[in-house]
Design a protein around this ligand. Structure first.
Ligand SMILES: Cc1cc2nc3c(=O)[nH]c(=O)nc-3n(C[C@H](O)[C@H](O)[C@H](O)COP(=O)(O)OP(=O)(O)OC[C@H]3O[C@@H](n4cnc5c(N)ncnc54)[C@H](O)[C@@H]3O)c2cc1C
Length: 477
């Protein structure tokens, strides 16, 4: 009898792990178990009455680097090339990003010349921050907060305006708590290797081997900054599901895993409430905090480590306005915590992907709310109503973008614990988990956003690597 691998969680990480397992020359029997009725996890697209697409989770995937290329390769293998909506390098959504500071939108400097001009909200041209960075000595600590790293190397303004906003935009988190080593590994590595982040980024880390396909070449030639899919990003998990089913993978939905126990023969019993599955190996692609509660008492040290990887919540408010115009054209704007503790940023969806607008006059924007404001409300056990989030979002759009008319369509979702926080020392948790799994020879592999990157590309890569480890096609690190 062949081996059985059970994959926990049908988000993009679990789907990617199952995809790569199923494409092995002699694949094991694969069972993917998803707790909810829907696959895709946080990747979720909704359609408005006029056919407009509203992304409730991620809305764009970056094509850059080896990870971006591998995702595009998978897209082609799934037959989705004709569905891809690229944002080309010369498009305003690629060139323009804004910060909302002191009650106004400020374009982030772009290009070489931009570095030499004074560009508010920064008091001096960013060239000076760059010069400071080039002359700073290498940091000595094994990890540092994003804020402290940015302040040390680039100065207090870049730390408290640019990096603070970036942490809110990517992680919905606090730059004073998040780890530079785990959240922005390329910046950390550049300093370690070249003493200077700028030098490191200029000289590069050496190109890792990249896959090649017509779509990847097109993305490079046209300098795409991101892409989506015509019917919304949820098309990707849907296509993966169809592909997995066609390859004989059992995809179980509406079956929350409620426990894992080790059998005498060294395999797992995966409990699903009324029934159970036997597995020679388990790939966990559920959040670390969920897995920590499923593990058996024998794995208590691992469960404890995983339970310390927390996630924060984000409220996503999708708004559509009839016949309205944005004051600027770009990807969107971020808001530093000093300006507004509530609004993380606003994405101008219609600028990047007008093809998804439905009716031509329907302008779509998405307001992301979170940060310390939401954490405090959650900690106090306050009632978090949809009306509250809608009201706050509409007010932000009126103040920050001047859209004062009521929206024609609105969707509000509170995503509880949706973005893992890689806090200072996160790398030690990963090391401790890896060492424990190796020392105990547990037939368990970890994948998903909780560990090594939250972007969709990172999650897909974590699934690919988990599959490779199980198949023994890559070193077990
Ligand atoms: C609002 C938002 C916006 C984002 N924007 C972007 C973006 O623009 N670009 C980008 O690259 N990334 C973005 N991200 C990040 C990215 O979407 C996520 O990190 C990624 O989708 C996480 O995938 P995952 O499979 O690791 O986890 P999840 O999506 O959390 O999937 C885990 C799955 O496990 C299931 N599960 C949980 N418990 C159990 C159980 N006991 N038994 C069985 N199944 C279980 C869940 O139902 C879920 O389907 C965004 C995230 C959010 C929340």
């Amino acid at each position: 009898m062949g081996r059985t691998v059970v994959v926990l969680g049908g988000g993009i990480s679990g789907l990617a792990a199952s995809y790569h397992l199923s494409r092995a020359p002699s694949p094991p029997k694969v069972v993917l178990v998803e707790g909810s009725e829907r696959l895709g996890g946080w990747i979720r697209s909704a359609r408005g009455p006029d056919g407009a697409i509203f992304e409730l989770g991620p809305r764009g995937i970056r094509p850059a680097g080896a990870l971006g290329a591998r995702t595009l390769l998978m897209v082609s293998e799934l037959g989705l090339d004709s569905e891809v909506l690229p944002v080309r390098g010369d498009h305003p959504a690629s060139k323009n990003r804004f910060l909302y500071v002191d009650g106004a939108l400020h374009p982030l400097p772009s290009g070489f010349r931009g570095l030499f001009c004074r560009s508010p909200p920064f008091s001096k041209p960013l060239f000076w921050a760059g010069l400071r960075e080039l002359t700073m000595p290498r940091g000595k600590d094994p990890d540092e907060s994003v804020h402290s790293f940015a302040q040390r190397r680039l100065g207090p303004e870049v730390a408290s305006l640019a990096m603070d906003s970036l942490c809110r935009g990517v992680f919905a988190g606090n730059s004073r708590e998040l780890s530079i080593r785990s959240c922005f590994p390329s910046l950390f590595q550049a300093e370690q290797t070249h003493r200077s982040v700028l030098l490191g980024l200029l000289l590069g880390a050496g190109r890792s081997p990249q896959p090649d396909s017509a779509l990847i070449r097109q993305a490079r030639a046209e300098r795409w900054s991101q892409w989506s899919l015509r019917g919304g990003l949820e098309t990707l998990p849907q296509a993966l599901n169809a592909h997995l089913t066609s390859r004989g993978v059992s995809v179980l939905r509406g079956q929350p895993v409620c426990g894992l126990s080790l059998q005498a023969e060294g395999c797992w019993k995966v409990s699903l409430g009324d029934s159970s599955l036997e597995a020679d190996h388990v790939i966990s692609a559920v959040p670390a905090s969920v897995l920590s509660k499923l593990l058996p008492p024998e794995a208590a040290p691992l469960a404890h480590t995983l339970s310390t990887i927390h996630a924060v919540s984000v409220a996503v408010v999708n708004l559509q306005y009839r016949g309205a115009c944005l004051p600027v054209q770009g990807f969107g704007h971020l808001v530093p915590s000093s300006e507004d503790p509530v609004i993380l940023g606003i994405v101008y969806d219609s600028v990047a992907f007008p093809e998804q607008d439905g009716s031509p006059s329907g302008l779509r924007v998405t307001v992301m709310l979170g940060g310390s404001w939401l954490q405090t409300l959650e900690a106090r056990g306050c009632v978090l109503s949809q009306e509250l989030f809608q009201q706050v979002a509409e007010k932000a759009v009126a103040t920050q973008l001047g859209l004062k008319e009521p929206p024609s369509h609105c969707l509000v979702h509170l995503h509880k614990n949706c973005i893992p926080q890689y806090k200072l020392g996160h790398w030690q948790k990963l090391e401790s988990a890896t060492q424990y799994l190796a020392a105990q020879k547990l037939p368990l592999t970890l994948a998903g956003a909780s560990y090594d990157g939250v972007a969709v590309n990172d999650c897909i890569e974590s699934g690919r690597q988990a599959a490779a480890r199980v198949l023994g096609t890559e070193p077990n690190i």
